[in-house]
Write a protein that binds this ligand. Structure first.
Ligand code: ADP
Length: 700
């Protein structure tokens, strides 16, 4: 047994104790350090949160918007100091302790607006997210435009914490915007009014210069007058641009659609370009797809304006080489097509950086180099808007120093799918335009009403093969008288008549004996799409567009007559095909002006009837009234006469004259008197020449 002396044991105990003491000391030291650390951290945290509070307060004090933070019960937590500008009802401390949102904002928003806001807040509390909204309210007698944003606040982890509602005062911005809009509107109105005012005296200037040119024998005076005319014309072109532009700006520009022939439009453009290029080493090339349908329905005047602007620019900026016009098409669904136009020139070109700018208003690029070139910088801006209205777009490519290409496309309604190439060659339609009646109705009674005597003869001639009894009336009251004397099965009623129009006359006929049963068909020269529905709404059973196409008339007549009146014909009477017109010698005014094949289409291919029509056209000489109305500046009556002449000329195949009459009609309608002043004399000359040619032809 190992006996340890007490002394040794004591020593061992001692050693153990001192080791324990050492360890405790060390632990104590660690604890002290940890403690130190903890108190330092605590001090730091305290300092930091004071800092946070300081910065938060600073933020709320200087924040420019009204910011309200609420808890999930819509009690306020914080508010930015902007609030105190609108309301003195609360202390900052109260708000921090929580005030219901409705009470806090009662001084800022009127009751109704506040209710809307609270509804949106409730929705946001329920989880809906809402876009910012604008609210105009009246605070303390003056209006404030608020932009209000309501957002949910979430703590980290997605726990819902309340709402963040921000009000941005937009009053100044909205005021500035409203002022700018008003100024813009005022500018557009001013421009529109001014250009209208300027045009009136300008017409006098152009007209007077015209008179000097016509009446004066003094060569010097004539030279000056020519200058005056040319300067006035330039000025008018600028004014027209400004007027168009302000019309577009104020949303008043409207397209005026009517049927037209693309071949005529192209011919007009080509002669204009060729005339202007005569003295320059620049050639004009055209590349036009012959398969494009020729008979289109759209705003010919505006389409021409676009092309003239682009071709005009090309001519202004091209000093040698060529200018080329290409046209293509693409068939669209129904009776529509898309037309593609391209104008290429070998002119001075446009710098890449300036390409997009040229479609903006009042922009002329490269002004240093182009100082001598006239223009307002509005042309292409107008083109872009017009192309836009026609359902297309316009683009430009250019290489500076080499040349420029403009491309645009439009959607157009097609009225006849006859190809452009055929129209240009003047070939007749496959059936030669001949048409034969397929039935007779000798017991039927038809009344035709039109204030234009030639139209009455046309209708009578077209009705003759059906063997119906035809009565004619030249006015609404006369038609009513006729109908009161004798009832009729069918009435063809012109829409536009002076004094009493066709609608009124139709309504009065309906009140007469037999009136409700009669079929009344509207005759109209301005058949727009949707016309059928419009006329039916007015109380007509059907409508017929002028010039009347025999085929369509037969259909309308057959629908109008009761079957008991109709006797079908087995075979067309007569064996021979339609009579073909004898081609007149070329170079002759008559042959040049009258497209007989086209005219025969409106005359059932019947030459006698065509001869009668031509006679009526000759007899219906409108030169005197036109000259009188022109001299008296009676544009309304001028328009009426020239409108009728447009239709009559078309009936006898005088397509060009009809086109020119249409230009004058539109000019008179739009009060563009300068156009009338310019075009009246050449038009009258053309008209008189045609009448003389008809006379010469009748006297063999
Ligand atoms: P303007 O009525 O002044 O001609 P536009 O809007 O028609 O105004 O044209 C704007 C500008 O675009 C022109 O002034 C010209 O600088 C430039 N531009 C247009 N077409 C051509 C072109 N074919 N070649 C070179 N520059 C052109």
């Amino acid at each position: 047994m190992d006996v340890v002396s007490p002394e040794k044991r004591l020593r061992m105990e001692n050693k153990k104790l001192s080791r324990e003491i050492k360890r405790l000391r060390k632990d104590n030291e660690i604890l002290r350090i940890a403690n130190d650390q903890a108190s330092r951290t605590q001090a730091y945290i305290q300092k930091d949160s004071t800092r946070q509070v300081f910065f938060n307060n600073q933020l709320l004090r200087t924040y420019p918007y009204l910011l309200v933070l609420t808890d999930e019960k819509l009690l306020t937590v914080m508010i930015s100091d902007v609030f105190f500008r609108y309301s003195g009802d609360f202390e900052r401390e109260e708000i921090r302790r929580g005030v219901p949102l409705r009470e806090v904002l009662a001084g800022v928003l009127p009751e109704d607006d506040l209710s809307i806001l609270l509804e949106k807040c409730e929705a946001a509390l329920a989880g809906a997210s809402a876009p910012p909204y604008l609210m105009r309210s009246v605070v303390g007698g003056s209006k404030v435009d608020w932009r209000i944003t309501i957002k949910r606040m979430e703590k980290t982890g997605g726990e819902f914490a309340g709402l963040n509602i921000m009000f941005v005062d937009m009053t100044d911005v909205v005021n500035a915007m409203e002022r700018a809009e008003e100024a813009d509107k005022a500018k557009s109105n001013f421009l529109a009014n001014m250009s209208h005012e300027i045009r009136t005296p300008m017409n006098a200037i152009v007209g007077m210069a015209e008179f000097i040119l016509r009446d004066s024998a003094d060569e010097n005076a004539k030279r000056h007058a020519t200058r005056i005319k040319s300067a006035a014309r330039t000025l008018l072109a600028i004014i027209n641009d400004i007027l168009d532009f302000s019309k577009i700006e104020s949303g008043k520009m409207e397209l005026v659609n009517d049927s037209y022939q693309l071949s005529h439009l192209i011919a007009d453009l080509a002669s204009m370009v060729n005339a202007r290029l005569q003295t320059r080493p620049v050639t004009f090339r055209t590349d036009i797809d012959g398969n494009i349908p020729n008979l289109l329905y759209g705003d010919e005047v505006r389409l021409k304006q676009i092309l003239i602007n682009i071709l005009g620019n090309a001519m202004k900026f091209t000093h040698s080489g060529y200018i080329a016009l290409a046209i293509r098409h693409e068939k669209l669904a129904g009776d529509y097509c898309r037309l593609f136009f391209r104008v290429t020139d070998t002119g001075i070109g446009i710098k890449a950086a300036e390409l997009e700018k040229i479609f903006s208003s009042f922009t002329q690029v490269d002004t240093k180099r182009n100082r001598s070139v006239e223009g307002t910088g509005l042309g292409l801006a107008i083109c872009r808007r017009l192309v836009d209205m026609m359902g297309g777009s316009i683009h430009v490519e250019s290489e500076y120093g080499k040349g420029t290409t403009f491309r645009f496309d439009i959607v157009s309604a097609v009225e006849g799918w006859q190809k452009l190439s055929e129209a240009e060659e003047g070939e007749a339609e496959p059936d030669g335009g001949a048409f034969r009646a397929t039935f007779r109705a000798p017991e039927a009674r038809v009344l035709v009403v039109d204030d234009n005597e030639m139209n009455l003869e046309v209708a009578e001639g077209l009705l003759a093969p059906y063997g119906v009894f035809v009565a004619k009336a030249t006015s609404g009251p006369e038609a009513i008288e006729c109908f009161a004397r004798d009832t009729f099965d069918v009435v063809f009623m012109d829409h536009m008549m002076p004094d009493m129009d066709g609608v009124e006359a139709m309504r009065r006929i309906r009140l007469l004996k037999g009136g409700p049963e009669a079929v009344v068909i509207a005759l109209t020269a301005n058949a727009l799409s949707g016309a059928a529905a419009e006329y039916k709404k007015l109380g007509f059973q059907d409508f017929l567009a002028k010039p009347i196409e025999p085929k369509i008339m037969e259909k309308v007549l057959r629908n109008a007559l009761s079957p008991r009146l109709i006797r079908m014909l087995e075979k067309p009477p007569g064996e021979s095909a339609a009579e073909k017109p004898a081609k007149a010698a070329t170079g002759d005014v008559y042959a040049d002006a009258i497209d007989e094949e086209r005219a025969l289409k409106y005359c059932m291919g019947n030459r006698d009837f065509f001869g009668k029509m031509l006679g009526a056209f000759r007899k219906n000489d409108k030169t005197k009234p036109l000259e009188n109305f022109f001299r008296a500046k009676d544009w309304e009556n001028y328009r009426i006469v020239v409108h009728a002449l447009k239709g009559n000329a078309l009936t006898v195949g005088a397509l060009r004259l009809s086109g020119h009459a249409k230009e004058l009609e539109f000019a008179a309608r739009d009060k563009r008197t300068e156009v009338i002043v310019e075009k009246h004399a050449p038009f009258m000359e053309e008209y008189r020449a045609l009448l003389a040619a008809i006379d010469a032809r009748e006297k063999p």
